[in-house]
Design a protein around this ligand. Structure first.
Ligand SMILES: Cc1cc2nc3c(=O)[nH]c(=O)nc-3n(C[C@H](O)[C@H](O)[C@H](O)COP(=O)(O)OP(=O)(O)OC[C@H]3O[C@@H](n4cnc5c(N)ncnc54)[C@H](O)[C@@H]3O)c2cc1C
Ligand code: FES
Length: 525
């Protein structure tokens, strides 16, 4: 490298052990981190949604982004754990006369596929190209798999950012070009055979084949089942009519955007995360929005009444009307002039209706395989199903749970991490300690995040104030911390995720005591 390429960026003494510092080189902002005496330099923007990594939490060589908990190795720039996809640029560092100098950035966005691609004769098939399927394909290649990877989806699109469909895509802040997780050249360059427009309709686990709609079939050496879920339908007259929308796919979201462009008002049925996000986004777009749902307080079954009531007040503050404690009985009228009749006889008029009642696992195509139980696919901690060489991950996978026997989680990062975990096991590697569930939702200007499981709690303790919108809540069941949630105290939540993962959760009084340094406790483990 030419000497001119080197830039002096800081005095060496300014970069203290374990305390990231941001420096500027031209328009780039770069994070300097000293670990065991050596200074490393990486770009400071998280490759997921460009959060500033200096606000994250450093554990050894690993920085955890405060927004959605991607884990990145600051010495190599490599993504260790989703939701980030691409690696970070790293910069060569030299120290001269007590000054830190940086060279030009290195590191491709994604590791090159193995040079011996094709030398492994095996074919790994991934059914589903969503969070779990895409992560599995990526981590198979990151893990050096040199065989064929075929990933199938009935959708026309390459893998895209599903969580955004109810957020910035609806408001218009993120356009269609923003949705794909990778550029169009990514999959061919990685040797990942993405087959769009292909619905898998059957599986023979003994013969190790999958059947594709239209008659084609594929033999596999290993298979990942990652078909996610289908939206629950509303069982009332008129719910399938024109101007009534479900939301799971990009096509669904585009149809809602088209309806919103021609309407002044909307009814959202369901006050789960998707309903609340959709209501917040449509309101932000300027529509009059009414939410209809049976529960008296949204999210109370997950986070308790206090947090639920606060989140509800945020939506009300933005002008969303919540008609709670009632259910829809009938939906009438043409698209553009819908009438929703409720259980208490009230009617609500709106241009269109969005129904958000959660999902059912997409397991129809697995009937007769013996792999489905209680409507889901049970797996062990290694994401193995009951059939040899067949794995499952994502919304349809029921994983072992010490408290409940099994649990199924419907979260983006969980699905990605399960996909990555399945990939490690498919490669014959130890996938390590299972991840703690991580979730975020964003509406009415607030980003609520949680780790672990908050359901079924019998005690909640707080740090900060829920009503002031800045808190950390610890959820306990029979004296044991099972999960935590936060608004505006993400570093503490990052610490709790680690403490839960390593099996040393904080006690209630430690969460309540704002003077107890959770990050320090997590670093000490
Ligand atoms: C609008 C919206 C917003 C969300 N927001 C959040 C959020 O903020 N935070 C969060 O944690 N989670 C969120 N989620 C949930 C999250 O997106 C899911 O948990 C996650 O996508 C599950 O991943 P998956 O891989 O199991 O399924 P999916 O991502 O749904 O992928 C399933 C894939 O399988 C394909 N498929 C289905 N049937 C077949 C078949 N027969 N043959 C072949 N392919 C098939 C589908 O086309 C798709 O490609 C949101 C979901 C939605 C719909
Ligand atoms: S912005 Fe960093 S994980 Fe999402």
């Amino acid at each position: 490298m030419a000497d001119a390429a080197w830039k002096r960026v800081a005095a060496e003494a300014e970069v203290r052990e374990g305390e990231p510092v941001v420096v500027e080189v031209g328009t780039d902002k770069i994070l300097l981190v000293r670990i065991k005496g050596t200074i490393h330099a990486v770009n400071h923007e998280c490759p997921h949604y460009q959060e500033k990594l200096e606000k994250g939490v450093l554990f050894g060589t690993e920085i955890v982004c405060k927004s959605h908990f991607a884990r990145i190795d600051v010495t190599t720039g490599r993504v260790l754990s989703p939701p980030a996809y691409n690696d970070l640029p790293v910069y060569p560092v030299k120290i001269e006369n007590g000054e830190v100098w940086l060279g030009a950035s290195e590191n491709p966005k994604f590791p090159k596929p193995p040079a011996n691609l094709g030398s492994d004769p095996r074919l790994f098939v991934i059914v589903g190209a969503g969070a779990a399927g895409n992560a599995a394909a990526e981590f198979l290649r990151r893990g050096g798999f040199a065989g064929r990877i075929v990933m199938l989806t009935p959708e026309p699109d390459r893998p895209y950012d599903r969580p955004n469909l109810s957020k910035d895509f609806i408001t218009g802040k993120a356009g269609e070009d923003w949705l794909p997780l990778h550029g169009s050249k990514f999959y061919p360059a990685q040797g990942i055979e993405l087959m769009t427009g292909r619905r898998v309709v059957s599986l023979d686990p003994k013969k190790k084949t999958v059947g594709i709609e239209g008659g084609e079939s594929l033999s596999f050496d290993k298979l990942l089942i990652a078909t996610g879920g289908v939206p629950r339908r509303l069982p009332v007259p008129g719910a399938d009519g024109a101007g009534c929308h479900l939301l799971r796919s990009a096509a669904d979201a585009k149809a809602i955007v088209a309806s919103a462009a021609a309407a002044k008002s909307a009814v959202v049925i369901g006050a789960g995360f998707i309903g609340l996000e959709m209501a917040g986004s449509l309101r932000e777009k300027g529509l009059d929005v009414t939410i209809v749902a049976p529960e008296p307080v949204p999210l109370a079954h997950v986070f308790g009444d206090r947090i639920g009531a606060y989140m509800k007040s945020l939506l009300e503050g933005k002008g969303v009307t919540l008609l709670l404690g009632r259910t829809p009985k009938e939906i009438g009228g043409p698209a553009g002039a819908k009438t929703v009749t409720l259980s208490d006889g009230t009617t609500v008029k709106a241009g269109f209706v969005v129904i958000g009642l959660g999902i059912l696992p997409a397991v129809d195509w697995l009937s007769g395989t013996g792999l489905v139980e209680d409507g889901a696919v049970p797996v062990d901690e290694q994401m193995r199903t009951r059939a040899a060489d067949v794995f499952a991950a994502g919304d349809l996978a029921a994983v072992p749970d010490t408290e409940w026997g099994r649990r199924r989680v419907e979260h983006w990062i969980v699905a990605q991490r399960q996909g990555a975990r399945a990939a490690a096991v498919m490669l014959g590697r130890d996938p390590g300690v299972p991840e703690v569930d991580v979730f975020w939702t964003k509406f009415a200007g607030a980003s609520l995040k949680s780790v672990g499981s908050t359901r079924g709690h019998d005690q909640v303790v707080y740090r900060g104030s829920v009503e002031e919108g800045k808190f950390l809540a610890g959820f306990y069941r029979r004296g044991k911390l099972t999960g935590a949630a936060t608004l505006a105290m993400p570093q503490d939540l990052v610490a709790i995720e680690r403490l839960l993962r390593l099996g040393v959760p904080p006690r209630p009084e430690q969460i309540q005591d704002a003077g107890f340094d959770l990050v320090k406790a997590a670093r000490a483990v």
